[in-house]
Write a protein that binds this ligand. Structure first.
Ligand code: ADP
Ligand code: MG
Length: 246
């Protein structure tokens, strides 16, 4: 079940962005993809969402290659890309309606789902506000609601909290964890910020295009004999403080 990546490699011309990447997402949990800038996180998202074609290796959805099940992949995945794709001049609801229509949802369905999701994300009273009037954290939450409109079981977030202040970051992280818990949502949460990762999260450490560690955060610490994930990360990657790479 779920998403599995096998020996995935990808290059931009001579630049190797991913090398032999293999992992399986843990169902119903927030899977952290921890890596500094340039690690290959966004490239991995582009491959998982079929924005890019595979060069080497394979991606499986429920044990079958995604190349022959694009339609199912679209149904099963909700995606929040690193760059925002909201239309600033449209209202929150209009942005969601547009996306819902692409997924074949009726206007009624979108309204019902949108109201429920936005309520849960703390934006229940902002439905008719323009995106332009929302702060960065709220815009991100709208993108999360939009990604979940068609009720996918898997949510991919690429640096969803980048550029936000600490309070907004924590709030989004908490909201996504609540969705994981309440809806058994499987999440891939890409970040370069160790503070966003909890001790029992499954963690993939990606550095220079390779998976350098794949275990629960506390197990990575145990393997590395360190007290904190920050120290383990430093030991694994040789990077002193990964937040400095933002
Ligand atoms: P991350 O999202 O972890 O910051 P990326 O996947 O964006 O990493 O980038 C991985 C590597 O691939 C980096 O070395 C980056 O410079 C390179 N890269 C990314 N996109 C392109 C592109 N369109 N053309 C050439 N190189 C790219
Ligand atoms: Mg990126």
């Amino acid at each position: 079940m779920g998403i599995e990546v096998r020996q995935l490699s990808f290059r931009y011309g001579p630049r190797q962005a991913l090398q032999d990447v293999s992992f399986r997402l843990v169902d119903g949990q927030l899977n952290a993809l921890l890596g500094p800038n340039g690690a290959g996180k966004s490239t991995l998202y582009a491959l998982l969402t079929q924005l890019y074609s595979l060069q080497q290796g394979e991606i499986l959805l429920d044990d079958q290659s995604i190349t022959c099940q694009s339609r199912k992949l679209k149904q099963q995945l909700g995606v929040v890309f690193q760059q925002s794709t909201l239309d600033l001049d449209l209202s929150v609801l209009q942005n969601l309606e547009y996306h819902g229509a692409l997924h074949g949802l009726s206007s009624c369905q979108v309204k019902r789902e949108a109201a429920e999701l936005l309520e849960r994300l703390g934006l229940g009273d902002r439905l008719n506000d323009s995106i332009r009037s929302l702060n960065g954290g709220h815009r991100r939450r709208v993108e999360i609601a939009r990604a979940l409109l068609h009720r996918p079981p898997i949510l991919l977030l690429d640096e969803a909290t980048v550029g936000l202040d600490t309070a907004a970051r924590q709030s989004i992280n908490r909201h996504v964890r609540d969705l994981c818990r309440d809806n058994s949502l499987t999440v891939l949460w890409a970040t370069h910020l160790i503070e966003e990762i909890a001790a029992d999260d499954p963690v993939l450490v990606l550095h220079q295009g390779r998976i350098q560690a794949n275990a629960q955060a506390h197990d990575i610490c145990r393997q590395q004999r360190t007290a904190t994930l920050a120290e383990a990360f430093e030991q694994i990657t040789g990077l002193k403080d990964n937040t400095a790479c933002a």
